[in-house]
Design a protein around this ligand. Structure first.
Ligand code: 5GP
Ligand code: ZN
Length: 114
């Protein structure tokens, strides 16, 4: 997708703080972090939303989850806990229409914190 922001980041046409890359996936720091750890894990292939998944994407989505967990472990938040979020479409709060898994942690992700 020529005009897609996350396709451009995946192709290195727009700079981002990359923290992971393999043949299927890139992960980078969110530009507006909502927590001390806030990484976006993104398939390199353009898929607009979770609504667009096909059975062929099952392994790819599994990899998004596993890479998120690996990054949480590297950041030292795996044990304490972290949050994985995928927003879908307007009422889900999706702003970038290229599937991405938020990996957030380093603070209590619920209210009231306890
Ligand atoms: P959504 O609301 O679509 O689930 O999340 C989009 C996320 O992308 C937001 O957390 C936002 O801060 C992040 N974001 C938007 N534009 C950029 C950008 O140019 N670079 C990076 N690294 N993150 C971005
Ligand atoms: Zn895209």
């Amino acid at each position: 997708m020529a005009d897609c922001l996350f396709c451009k980041i995946a192709r290195k046409e727009i700079p981002a703080k990359l923290v992971f890359e393999d043949e299927d996936v890139v992960a980078f720091e969110d530009i507006n972090p909502q927590a001390p750890v806030h990484v976006l894990v993104v398939p390199k292939r353009h898929i607009p939303t979770l609504n667009d998944l096909t059975p062929e994407d099952d392994a790819l989505v599994g990899k998004l989850a596993r890479v998120s967990a690996q990054l949480a472990a590297e950041r030292g938040v795996a044990e304490a806990g972290w949050r994985s979020v995928v927003n879908v479409n307007r009422e889900g709060g999706q702003l970038v229409f290229h599937v991405h898994m938020h990996c957030m942690g380093g603070r209590p992700m619920f209210w009231p914190p306890g």
